[in-house]
Ligand binder design. Structure first.
Ligand SMILES: CCCCC/C=C\C/C=C\CCC/C=C/C(=O)SCCNC(=O)CCNC(=O)[C@H](O)C(C)(C)COP(=O)(O)OP(=O)(O)OC[C@H]1O[C@@H](n2cnc3c(N)ncnc32)[C@H](O)[C@@H]1OP(=O)(O)O
Length: 203
């Protein structure tokens, strides 16, 4: 685990000033990761040890349960703040997690929530002191593993198959949409400015 950061989201440099075939491949890989994690038969618990913006939030939401460290960390789908948009399967995953209305506000505002706020709206299930996040996740895992596996798996599939099938049937179209969107000059400019601002914040 990297202290303070669960995931900084997608590596923007993978779709900034890249060739279309490179962004296609990047997006295909992300679809694969999501479909495997969201569709996993295993019990998956995210131990969110720190910041978890955008793609990081998506990965956490793809799990069955989320434990987040307390502290000055944030989680959420902040895409609009970068001048980009969350694709339909990010949106659906968030709707399935926190409901339609909260998702609508959250996405348009590019909202990043504190751990307490995230727990209040159900974006995370539990908050724990940073040095106990893994411990809390392990304790929760024990509960989930006591459920008969076949019944839990079938239930999970019933809940998740609609989104999995929807994305699986639209993968090519989704890749096309991503690449044509991020390759626009205006979007590349926004991404460049955002990367600059991250570096400036650091110095
Ligand atoms: C109408 C048709 C529609 C079609 C729709 C189709 C597609 C939609 C289009 C696009 C969808 C894209 C979805 C994108 C999802 C994403 O995940 S984008 C990434 C979002 N992530 C962020 O905004 C987080 C940015 N990072 C931070 O805020 C901070 O780094 C931090 C995570 C809070 C940690 O802070 P700190 O510890 O201070 O770390 P540093 O700021 O020092 O960062 C270290 C270096 O890393 C660089 N960096 C950080 N995050 C990223 C990143 N995500 N990508 C690339 N680079 C990143 C940062 O610049 C530092 O670099 P140097 O060390 O200075 O080189």
């Amino acid at each position: 685990m990297v202290p303070n950061i669960f995931s900084a989201g997608l590596d923007i440099t993978e779709f900034y000033q890249k060739k279309p075939e490179e962004t296609d491949a990047f997006w295909r890989t992300l679809q694969d990761v999501f479909l495997r994690l969201y569709g996993s038969k295993l019990v998956t618990i995210a131990a969110i040890s720190g910041h978890s913006p955008a793609g990081g939030c998506l990965l956490a939401m793809a799990c069955d349960y989320r434990v987040m460290a307390t502290g000055k960390y944030t989680i959420g789908l902040n895409e609009t703040l970068l001048g980009i948009i969350a694709p339909f399967w990010f949106i659906e995953t968030m709707k399935n997690t926190i409901g339609h209305r909260e998702t609508e506000k959250s996405l348009q505002l590019g909202k990043l929530y504190s751990p307490e706020q995230a727990e209040n709206i159900g974006l995370v299930d539990q908050i724990c002191p940073p040095d106990d996040v893994l411990g809390c996740a392990r304790k929760e895992m024990v509960k989930w593993l006591k459920i008969p596996d076949h019944a839990r798996i079938l239930t999970k599939q019933l809940m998740r198959n609609e989104l999995i099938n929807n994305l699986s049937s639209k993968r090519k179209e989704d890749i096309y949409n991503f690449t044509s969107f991020v390759q626009k000059d205006s979007i590349q400019r926004s991404l460049g400015l955002y990367l600059e601002s991250l570096k400036k914040k650091k110095s």
